[in-house]
Design a protein around this ligand. Structure first.
Ligand SMILES: Cc1cc2nc3c(=O)[nH]c(=O)nc-3n(C[C@H](O)[C@H](O)[C@H](O)COP(=O)(O)O)c2cc1C
Length: 211
């Protein structure tokens, strides 16, 4: 238990990656498998990831990301994609798994399906976009925490031109890019500034009612 608290306390958004250190395929694969254990609405897992590690592709991504140097310096950059159409893609097999494992009785399938569409909206709706983004963000956070378990550092970024990334990386128009995550090893000899301001919890925590 203490371990996970330490990991969260020590995670920082890192600007100084060692540009010469690579992340092995095995580590990256394990990291993605662990991040994939994130919770999601109805277990629908509306995320996709593009791994960008080729120096030429990173250069293009950096241009789309307002020239942020860490995009090229990190070993890999992940383009996190929120997929509003994950319901159409994943629902049947998620429900089959629930049936097979005894989470859901077969006769409840249609009721659950109707509930999903009621809660998460039709494919083009704003509701559906929120569904995709909130769950993809949980995946992203899980990944940043898990990365620390592999001795890796991360940096989330939403400083980019989404249209540019979609164009350059062949991402369909209906997808959403909540953030990029740079991943790599801390550059040797770098000392981080102390963690910046956080509000006291009394500023954002309310008891029982908003007001
Ligand atoms: C969704 C998201 C987008 C961010 N985008 C950028 C970015 O484009 N460039 C940047 O330098 N930092 C970016 N940050 C990093 C934040 O500035 C950083 O998380 C915050 O200052 C707190 O620092 P810490 O993560 O080290 O605790 C982003 C963070 C998040 C969560």
């Amino acid at each position: 238990m203490h371990l996970v608290l330490d990991v969260i306390k020590n995670r920082r958004s890192i600007n100084f990656f060692d540009p010469h250190k690579e992340i092995s395929e095995d580590i990256l694969k394990s990291l993605l498998e662990i991040a994939n254990l994130a919770p999601s609405s109805f277990n629908l897992q509306p995320w996709k990831v593009i791994i960008v590690r080729d120096p030429n592709r990173k250069r293009i991504l950096r241009k789309c990301a307002f020239d942020q140097p860490k995009v090229e310096e990190a070993s890999v950059v992940l383009i996190i994609i929120a997929d509003p159409l994950a319901i159409e893609e994943n629902l049947e097999r998620v429900f089959s798994s629930w049936e097979n494992l005894g989470y859901m009785k077969p006769e409840m399938r249609d009721t659950y399906k109707a509930m999903v569409y009621q809660l998460e909206g039709e494919p083009d709706s704003l509701k559906r976009k929120f569904f995709a983004i909130k769950n993809a963000a949980l995946f992203a956070m899980n990944l940043m925490i898990a990365a620390r378990g592999f001795g890796l550092e991360t940096h989330p970024m939403d400083g980019f031109d989404e249209a540019c990334i979609k164009r350059e990386f062949n991402i369909p128009e209906d997808k959403i890019i909540p953030m990029l995550i740079a991943i790599g090893y801390l550059k040797e000899g770098v000392e981080l500034l102390p963690r910046a301001f956080r509000r006291e919890i009394k500023e954002f925590v309310k008891s029982e009612k908003y007001s």
